[in-house]
Design a protein around this ligand. Structure first.
Ligand SMILES: Nc1ncnc2c1ncn2[C@@H]1O[C@H](COP(=O)(O)OP(=O)(O)OP(=O)(O)O)[C@@H](O)[C@H]1O
Ligand SMILES: [Mg+2]
Length: 232
């Protein structure tokens, strides 16, 4: 579904992503874990076309998208929920969802209904201004908005950030349900414990390089990971 081949990404003189390669197969949840500044968001932004690699390539669904424009990448079925959600705070819940369907010809009421079935909380609050939603509800809205484009691959950048433990649990339950319904997921998380639990496979990023990879289970049991990311 997604193949990232030896990408190198720079911010001016800063070499943020160094020879990173990884794959996501159809139906998988793949996690990218790593500390602050490791390069997780930069990696996702390179996949979604917002950043360009100096060298290397990104192949999605069999097509080279290394130089494809971001909106065309969304249209091809690759949606991203950015770090910090980035919903439209002054618009209502419903308006935010409608914006998520920008790649479609029109907003189908069936599409909205599907999202409301998955997130009943959003249905109750469809007329509420998004900026007044709780953090967990905003995350649900950001995910719902991304799902409006019917993505084949959904990329989530730290969906659990800033949420209370019970909401973190909820978000991870939703991620597991999405997988069951056939959505392939690339998940970026600092919450390595939860991410490794839900992930089929995972990669560990450290200062721009992938230093370890394996199944979620393998990594969760590795001493190195326990020490560095799971609190001993
Ligand atoms: N716009 C930018 N200009 C310059 N340097 C940047 C920019 N964005 C990111 N960087 C640098 O690139 C590196 C990787 O940043 P990135 O945001 O990808 O990390 P991250 O793993 O997502 O971190 P976090 O967990 O804090 O979100 C960091 O050293 C960061 O300072
Ligand atoms: Mg980040």
């Amino acid at each position: 579904m997604l193949k990232v081949n030896n990408i190198n990404v720079y911010y001016g003189p800063i070499h943020a992503i160094k020879d990173v390669s990884f794959e996501v197969h159809p139906g998988e949840i793949v996690a990218l874990i790593g500390a602050n500044g490791a390069g997780k968001s930069s990696t996702l932004q390179t996949v979604s076309g917002l950043l360009r690699p100096k060298t290397g390539s990104v192949v999605f669904d069999g097509k080279d998208i290394t130089k494809t424009e971001p909106h065309k990448i969304v249209k091809m079925g690759l949606a991203q929920v950015p770090e910090g959600r980035r919903i439209f705070l002054r618009m209502t819940v419903m308006e935010n969802l409608e914006m998520g369907a920008f790649t479609q010809k029109g907003v189908s009421s069936k599409g909205i209904e599907e999202i409301f079935n998955r997130f009943p909380r959003l249905k109750e609050r469809q007329k509420q201004i998004a900026g007044t939603l709780s953090g967990g509800e905003q995350q649900m809205l950001a995910m719902g908005r991304a799902l409006m484009s019917h993505p084949k691959l959904l990329m989530l950048d730290e969906p659990s950030m800033g949420l209370a433990p019970v909401l973190v649990e909820q978000i991870f339950e939703i991620i597991a349900e999405l997988k069951k319904s056939g959505v392939t997921i690339l998940l970026v998380e600092q919450n390595a414990g939860m991410a490794l639990e839900v992930a089929d496979r995972a990669y560990v990023l450290e200062t721009g390089s992938i230093i370890l990879s394996g199944t979620g289970k393998e990594l969760a049991e590795s001493d190195e990971i326990k020490k560095a990311y799971l609190g001993g």
